[in-house]
Design a protein around this ligand. Sequence first.
Ligand code: UD1
Length: 339
Amino acid sequence: MPKILVTGGLGYIGSHTVVELINAGYEPVIVDDLSNSNPKILDQITKITGVRPVFHQLDLCDEAGVNNLATAEGDIEGIIHFAASKAVGESVQKPLKYYRNNFYSLINLLNAYYGKPISFVFSSSCTVYGQPDHLPVDEAAPVKPAESPYGNTKQIAEEILRDMIASGANYKVISLRYFNPVGAHETALIGELPIGVPQNLIPFVTQTAIGKREKITVFGDDYNTPDGSCIRDYIHVVDLAKAHVAALKLMGKDFKGYDVFNLGTGKGNSVLEIIKAFENTTGVKLNYTIGPRREGDIEQVWGNVNKSKEKLHWQTELGIETMMASAWAWEKYLSQNPL
Ligand code: UD1
C-alpha cells in the first residue's frame, strides 16, 4: 500500500482526508502537534475505517524532529501538508507566530525529504485571489496583495513551492486552493472541532442551533450582492478530501513539476441563503441578527472549477443540504459524546 504522510492529519480537513486515503487503498501516516486538534480523532478515524493509522505527535517547526521523522518514515510516496495556523484575525495580532509556524514547518519538511521523488500536496486557499476582478475566479487570475499575514503565508508558500520546482527539485507539487469547506463525515464521527469561539460561519450556525451560542450575527447586509450578504463557494469537506486523493493519483501518472487547482463547487451562496438552507434542511430555527461588516471580508467569491474537472478528474458530488445536514448531525453527536 502506498504510504502517505499527512501533516495536520487529526485536524478538520486532515481527518476527512485520512479516511478517504484509507478508502482508496493508501496507508496514511499522521503527523500532528495537537495544537489545534484532539487526539481522540484518531479513535474516531479507527471507528469509521477499522484501521488505526500510525500517529507521530510532532511540531514540524522542530527541525531535528522532522529529520528523525524522515528517517523513521523514509519510504513514503507522498506528503499532504495540512499542518498550519489558520485563524485570520489571530494572524493580524501575531504575525510572527504565523510566519514562523507556516514557513518553518514547510521548509523543514521539504528539506527532510529533499531529493526523493515525492508527490507533495499543499493546502492553499482562495484567499490568494482577494476580491477577484471576474467571477467565477479561475487559477489564471492574478494573486492579489494579501489581506492578512495568514493569507500572505499561503501566497508565499505557493511561491516557495514553485521556485523549488523551477530549480529542478525531484518533488512533484500540487497546490489546492480551497474555497469554504463545511459539513462533516456521513457517520457524524468526525467534523469541524473549533477550540473556543468559532471564527467560521457553519460551526457558529450549528453551535447557535444547539444552544451553545445565543445568536449568530450576519456580518453585513449592505454588500453589492442580491440579498446584501457576502457570497462564498461552500464545499463539502468529504468532496474536498477526495480531491487530495485525486491529486496524488494525478501525480502518480505522467505529471511533472508544479500545478494549482481550485477546489470549490463553482457556485456561490450568500450568508442569508446558508442560514435559510440550514433551517430548511434541519427544521431548526436560527436566532440571527444583522450586524456590521467584518473587517477584511471579501464581498463575493466563487470558483471556476473547470481545470479541476478536466485535469484532476475530480468534481463535487454533495450539495448544500448534505453540507448542512451533516454539520448538524456532527454537532448533535458532539453534544451527546463530548470529545
Ligand atoms: C476565512 C478567511 C479565509 C480562510 C478561511 C479559513 C477571511 C476574510 N477569510 O474565510 O482566508 O482561508 O476563513 O477557514 O477571514 N460570517 C457571518 N457571521 C459569522 C461568521 C461568518 O456572517 O459569525 C460570514 C462571513 O462574513 C463570510 C461567511 O460568513 O461572508 C464565511 O465566513 P468564514 O466561515 O469565516 O469564512 P471566510 O471569511 O470566507
